[in-house]
Design a protein around this ligand. Structure first.
Ligand code: FES
Length: 111
């Protein structure tokens, strides 16, 4: 995994995730779910805010993912849980570069 000073990390090749699919990655100890829908990329915390279900294994449709465990639904772009309209999952910037997909993480906590 590559890193640059602005905390961009290369996580996979661009063809590693098919349309309407998702995958989990561990980046700097953070587990993120990366989705590809309608030619857009989205990255969110990978564990559902309800009971930790794996949202990367959820159903993706209309800009949302539905958790496979009990059906909580989140907007991919915002991390908002749709029933309570609250942001419950963090989202992360992604970019395409050099044939790969990169994620930007916030600054590491100070020691
Ligand atoms: S763990 Fe996701 S809805 Fe319950």
């Amino acid at each position: 995994m590559s890193e640059d000073p602005q905390r961009w990390f290369r996580i996979c090749d661009l063809d590693a995730i098919a349309e309407q699919e998702a995958a989990e990655f561990v980046v700097e100890g953070l587990i993120v779910a990366v989705f590809r829908e309608q030619e857009q990329w989205y990255a969110l915390d990978a564990m559902c805010a309800h009971q930790g279900g794996p949202i990367a294994k959820g159903t993706v449709a209309n800009g949302c993912v539905t958790c496979p465990w009990h059906g909580w639904q989140y907007e991919l772009a915002t991390g908002r849980q749709t029933i309570h309209n609250q942001k419950l999952l963090e989202t992360y910037p992604l970019k395409e570069q050099d044939g790969g997909l990169w994620i930007q993480l916030p600054d590491a906590p100070s020691p």
